[in-house]
Structure formats: structure tokens, C-alpha cells
Ligand binder design. Structure first.
Ligand SMILES: [Zn+2]
Length: 329
């Protein structure tokens, strides 16, 4: 029979592949990437909207901070946390909220500026936006100064980098004058969507949905990661250190440990933001101007004269998006 006749050939082909992998010293492929080379991948981790979201309940903020910091510690990650200082209010709670931020520095992480009130550069006049950046730094300046340091990184809310080339250029000059560098990212995992749904499910005691969201969140992060690895290969002919953007929320307090574990299993070692950006690929100009806040790997394609291909950003699973639409109604 033709089918049985084909089998020995297939077995031989797999045997040959296995032999080739052994010859390369690759051994098994724990990352499951179907690639004979041992994965050597690097990733920096950045966490936005510190001290935590939502910012109404101090006990919950403490729980989120502790959960996220524990996950980072377990995987020996040195991260940058981006702060919105309006979350240091109300005045009576400023000291204890600053203490949340201090725990990041005590754990060896860096703190960056994410503006005071999270305005959108797409909508707010530049002067107003710049005032919000300066209003967003007294706390982190104070905490860093104790350690002989100053804020170094800025992340745009919504990663909206400017509606026009002029606004973008003027704002980047402003940042440089104040000693800031833009913190880009390559992987973003819509954790705010998962987190909003998680809060609603937890609020009605629906632990089955909380668990299902958690599993889907980790899987979705891995699928975005895979997509960005492929986009780097297509854009630069190789993989490039990744920069993950997540938020300080209950979803990550709960699932960041597993997420980082899965990433380590994919061959990632965790580096600082500065180390990741030292790769020359990250010096490619970002020429994106527009209403979205895409991964820098898409933005770099413009400088290289390649089609942007924003459609390649994978969506969260349909059932998650359906729940999200329902929740917003
Ligand atoms: Zn943000």
C-alpha cells in the first residue's frame, strides 16, 4: 500500500534531522520552536502604570506590587517600572504610596516617568503634555536621588509618540533636554483587556472565568512573542532582543511568574532595558507618525522601506474580545 510504503522514508527523514540536531549540539528543543539551534534570546521587561492599577484601594495596590515584584525576583529580572504620579494621591496616602515605589528600587529595579496623569499625545496640546511630564517626576526624582540617580526613561502613555512629525520631534527634544530617553517596546499583550475582564469576573465570584482568562493571557503573550520573533527575522534577518510591556495589575500579580517561566522555556534570558536597546537593531530610526502605538518592530520597517504589516499583530482570542465588547456596553 502506498501509505505504508511512505512511512519508512518519513522515519528516515526524522532520524536524519535528529542526527543533524545532535551534530549541532542542539539536543532536544525545549522551546518547541522547531529550530535546530539552541535558542539564545534576550528580553527586557517594563511595567507601566505604577504604583498599580486600579489605584483606589491601597491594600490591593500593595498586593499587586508584591505579586509583580515576587515574579520578577523569581526569574531574576531587573525591570523598569513607569510611574504615573497622580496615583500617589490622595495627599494623606502619599507616604505609603511612595513606599510602594521604593520597594521597586529596593528590589534593584529602575523607575521611569510615564507622565503625571496619563494624557494622550494624540489629543492633548504639546505644552500641556510637557507640563504633565514635569508634574510626573518629583516623587521618582526624590526616590532616585537618595540612590544618587535621576530618572532616565520616559514611556509615552498608550505609546502614542506624536500626531505629527513636528510634535514628535519637538517632544523628543524636550525629553532629551530633561535627561530622558524614550523607552520603546516590542511585545505588548493587551493585559488591560484581560485585567478588566478578570476584575469583573472576580467581582461576581466567577473563579472559573478568572482561571480561563489567566491561561488565555499567558498563551496570548506567547503567541505575540512568537509573532515578534518572526517579524524581527523578517525585518532584520535575525532575532533582536525583545522589550516586553506589561502593566502593574492583578493579572500580572497572578500570571507574570508563569509568563516569565514560559518565556525562559523559550530560551529567553532577561536583560535590562539598556542592555536590550544596546543591540544595533534598536538604533534603527522610528519613523512612525500616526494614531496608533504599535510595536517598534513595525516602526523600524518604515525606515527600512518595508511594508508596515500592522495586521500581523495577533488579536486576543475571540471569546476574550467578545467579553470585552460586552463589558464596555
Ligand atoms: Zn500607561
Amino acid at each position: 500500500m502506498p501509505t505504508t510504503g511512505a512511512e519508512p522514508t518519513l522515519i528516515l527523514r526524522f532520524a536524519a534531522l535528529a542526527a543533524a540536531a545532535l551534530a549541532l549540539g542542539a539536543g532536544p528543543d525545549p522551546a518547541g520552536v522547531g529550530n535546530a539551534h539552541p535558542p539564545t534570546r534576550a528580553m527586557a521587561v517594563t511595567v507601566d502604570d505604577l504604583p498599580a492599577l486600579p489605584s483606589r484601594d491601597f491594600a490591593e495596590m500593595r498586593r499587586i506590587t508584591d505579586g509583580v515584584l515576587a515574579a520578577l525576583r523569581r526569574h531574576q529580572v531587573t525591570a523598569v517600572g513607569f510611574v504615573n504620579e497622580n496615583k500617589l494621591e490622595p495627599v494623606g496616602e502619599r507616604a505609603e504610596r511612595l513606599a510602594l515605589l521604593r520597594s521597586w528600587l529596593e528590589a534593584g529595579h529602575d523607575l521611569g516617568n510615564h507622565t503625571y496623569s496619563h494624557p494622550d499625545l494624540q489629543r492633548v496640546p504639546l505644552e500641556e503634555y510637557e507640563r504633565d511630564v514635569l508634574r510626573g517626576e518629583p516623587g521618582i526624582r526624590e526616590l532616585l536621588a537618595v540612590r544618587g540617580r535621576a530618572p532616565r526613561w520616559f514611556r509615552h502613555p498608550l505609546t502614542h509618540t506624536g500626531p505629527t512629525r513636528e510634535v514628535r520631534g519637538a517632544f523628543e527634544a524636550f525629553l532629551a533636554e530633561h535627561g530622558y530617553a524614550v523607552a520603546p517596546f516590542s511585545i505588548e499583550n493587551a493585559d488591560y483587556i484581560f485585567d478588566l475582564l478578570r476584575r469583573k469576573a472576580a467581582g461576581r465570584g466567577d473563579s472559573a472565568t478568572v482561571d480561563r482568562l489567566r491561561a488565555a493571557y499567558v498563551d496570548y503573550t506567547m503567541s505575540v512573542t512568537e509573532q515578534m520573533e518572526a517579524l524581527a527575522r523578517e525585518t532584520f534577518g535575525r532575532e533582536v532582543p525583545q522589550v516586553l510591556l506589561v502593566h502593574a495589575n492583578a493579572t500580572n500579580a497572578d500570571a507574570l511568574d508563569e509568563t516569565l517561566g514560559r518565556l525562559a522555556g523559550r530560551g529567553y534570558r532577561f536583560v535590562t532595558l539598556g542592555e536590550a536597546l544596546a543591540d544595533e537593531a534598536w538604533r534603527t530610526p522610528d519613523e512612525y507618525v500616526g494614531p496608533r502605538g504599535p510595536s517598534w518592530f513595525f516602526r523600524f520597517r518604515m525606515a527600512k522601506g518595508l511594508p508596515l504589516r500592522l495586521e500581523l499583530e495577533p488579536d486576543p482570542p475571540k471569546w476574550v474580545l467578545d467579553l470585552y465588547r460586552e463589558a464596555q456596553r
